[in-house]
Design a protein around this ligand. Structure first.
Ligand SMILES: *[C@@H]1O[C@H](CO)[C@@H](O)[C@H](O)[C@H]1NC(C)=O
Length: 257
């Protein structure tokens, strides 16, 4: 935790207002057309380091380090928001704590869900992906991502499912009191890392992606609820895979393994 005052970067204010059509890549406002819809979204088409990607576990370079990042999360007052294209939980920047990554502190701003997963591992796509978006002192973005397959209910989603119910098909938001990001329980040891982009317009690049190799579980009812809550065009709100263009993926593994 730092006592520094953070400002919300303009791109995220914009993102909150967008209506994104993500149903199929080919629909007129779908992901394959984002780059043509607005000049500010050009990077979605021209960017050479876009996300998501398929991660090949075999070609990842192994880095032996004990703690790729440390979490210093604390409970903070949050709001839950249906942006139409996804459901997200927002904290005031700095009020829910931070991660320490590579010597820099990044504050947690929001998390949101995609289903199916956006990233795939060795060609497998999972049922859901959670993105935890963090901002550094110069507004650098680090996203921690967790992948989920069908199984036991996810504790963090259970915690907010009542509120998600009341946001079904409503582009609204509501305060939900203190939410502890530690309930997300990533429980990871090995993490992939690569440099990519936001997976929604404006598809800004230079984003550090940290992806938990351990796949967690979510119940099919919970995935159904998320799909029911968002607008019809976004029932499947995962951007298609993007070319890797020679980028290197790293796998952080504890030294004792
Ligand atoms: C940490 O930061 C240094 C200096 O900017 C950079 O060279 C290095 O690649 C970074 N490490 C990771 C794991 O991102």
């Amino acid at each position: 935790m730092t006592g520094r005052a953070y400002r919300v970067p303009p791109i995220f204010i914009t993102l909150g207002l967008l209506v994104l059509a993500s149903d199929t890549a080919d629909s007129p406002k779908g992901p394959s057309h984002w780059g043509d819809l607005k000049p500010e979204w050009k990077t979605c088409k021209t960017g050479m380091s876009q996300s998501p990607i398929d991660i090949s576990s075999r070609s990842a370079i192994i880095l032996r380090d004990s703690n790729v990042f440390q979490t210093c999360y604390i409970p903070g007052d949050a709001i839950i928001r249906n942006r139409g294209h996804d459901i997200s939980v927002w904290w005031e920047l700095g009020k829910a704590g931070s991660i320490l990554f590579n010597g820099t502190s990044y504050s947690l701003q929001q998390c949101h869900w995609h289903s199916p997963s956006e990233h795939s591992i060795d060609g497998s796509r999972y049922d859901m992906e959670l993105h935890m978006v963090h901002f550094g002192p110069a507004n650098e973005i680090v996203v921690i991502s967790n992948l989920y397959h069908s199984g036991s209910p996810n504790g963090f989603l259970s915690h907010v499912s009542g509120q998600i119910q009341s946001l079904i098909d409503k582009k609204e938001e509501m305060p939900i009191g203190a939410v502890d990001p530690r309930h997300i329980k990533e429980d990871g040891k090995n993490y992939y890392q690569y440099t990519g982009s936001l997976t929604t317009p404006p598809c800004s690049q230079g984003i550090t992606w940290i992806i938990n190799q351990k796949v967690l579980t979510v119940s099919s009812d919970q995935v159904d609820l998320l799909r029911q809550a968002v607008f019809d065009y976004a029932k499947e709100n995962a951007r298609p895979l993007q070319p890797i263009n020679g980028r290197q993926v790293y796998l952080h593994t504890p030294t004792n393994q």
